[in-house]
Unconditional design. Structure first.
Length: 121
């Protein structure tokens, strides 16, 4: 489940990142069709446009488009349903765990051994 969700989000992220590149890829893949049917300068072959005018038009159209998919209006999505659920966080998310391990102070220091050492010969 988590792997599928992760793959979905990566795919959506890559799709959003490749959106500005989409007109260029479309132009490269369909360059012959664009030059033959969609080019504005078909009657002027001396310009050697080869459909670049259509590419410029598509790029301008994409830049003028608002990013409506990224903006969300909160008026369309009211959050009134939260009051219906009546979830209290203190009841739902508190957990009582048994304490199984206790700290034991096993440290022992004998000061007599440190102070009275015989000389080493």
């Amino acid at each position: 489940m988590h792997k599928t969700t992760g793959i979905l989000f990566v795919f959506l992220y890559l799709t959003a990142m490749l959106r500005p590149v989409q007109p260029y890829v479309e132009y490269v893949l369909n360059q012959d069709y664009i030059a033959e049917f969609l080019c504005i300068n078909q009657d002027k072959p001396e310009l050697q446009c080869n459909g670049k005018c259509h590419l410029v038009k598509e790029i301008e159209k994409q830049q003028q488009e608002p990013l409506s998919a990224l903006s969300i209006s909160m008026e369309n999505y009211p959050i009134g349903f939260v009051n219906i659920l009546n979830i209290t966080l203190s009841q739902k998310f508190t957990s009582k765990k048994e304490q199984r391990f206790f700290y034991k102070n096993l440290y022992n220091f004998n000061i007599k051994e440190v102070l009275f050492q015989p000389p080493i010969v």
